[in-house]
Design a protein around this ligand. Structure first.
Ligand code: PXP
Length: 242
């Protein structure tokens, strides 16, 4: 099974919002990610609009050439947004205002009926739905019962494992959940906290078809681009003295 990379450009917007400026533009970053071979662009339009803005979603819907994956809270307001902009995939995630990032997966088991209705509503608008869940067999089964097209397995606990024993245990949970979801006929994605050191073992899980990665790529881009950015500024200020 080939594996696809979804590049999450939220934190390009975080940098822009830190100054409420117009740059760096996540729309430009998305186009560059696609030119570099990304298979998908992922954004999370949060209720508090702390990074991605409605304007970004609107423009990205027009400019993304691959697939646009919209992460959003499972609310009627966000369903309206999805209907308006028609992303290629809607990923439902839990959302709490006070969290720094999405801390855990959706608890599908405890809200099966409302989620099933919301998924049906989205499906009626031709919007396929992925559920962001912890790698837990009960959650996988509950996602299937809700008629989700896909599950995205939360890799946060694997990424935060403090020792090799914990890491292997979390990896085993990802493997088992991926197998179970694929067996039930769902597509399987994974993401959250993946970086250049920890991605390989998750990418090797054959049932996983897609990884969504953001923070580590944006963080690396800042550093690999830093030398050039400083040189360009130096050249500009020195030229004005010549
Ligand atoms: N997948 C989902 C469902 C997410 O909510 C996030 C974070 O927005 C990611 C993937 C990407 O996580 P990270 O930025 O840690 O790579």
């Amino acid at each position: 099974m080939p594996i696809r990379l979804g590049v999450n450009v939220d934190h390009v917007a975080t940098l822009r919002q830190a100054r409420r400026s117009t740059y760096p533009d996540p729309v430009t970053a998305a186009a560059m990610a696609e030119l570099a071979g990304a298979h998908q662009i992922t954004i999370h339009l949060r209720e508090d609009r702390r990074h991605i803005q409605d304007r970004d979603l609107r423009i990205l819907r027009e400019t993304v050439q691959t697939q646009l994956n919209l992460e959003m809270a499972a609310t009627q307001d966000m369903v309206k947004v999805a209907y308006e902009h028609k992303p290629d995939m809607v990923t439902l995630v839990p959302e709490r205002r006070e969290e720094v990032t999405t801390e855990g997966g959706l608890d599908v088991s405890s809200q099966r009926e409302p989620l099933r209705k919301l998924i049906k509503n989205l499906k009626d608008g031709d919007l396929p739905v992925s559920l962001f869940i912890d790698p837990d067999l009960d959650q996988v089964r509950a996602a299937h019962k809700c008629d989700a097209h896909q599950v995205e397995l939360h890799t946060g606990r694997y990424c935060e494992a403090r020792n090799e024993r914990e890491r292997q245990a979390e990896l085993a949970r990802l493997v088992d959940s991926a197998k179970a979801a694929a067996k039930l006929g769902m597509r399987v994605a994974a993401g959250h906290g993946l970086n250049y050191d920890n991605v390989a073992d998750v990418a090797a899980i054959p049932e996983i078809e897609e990884l969504n990665i953001g923070h580590s790529i944006v963080a690396r881009a800042v550093l690999v681009g830093f030398d050039r950015a400083v040189r360009e500024m130096l050249e500009l200020i020195q030229r004005s003295r010549r």
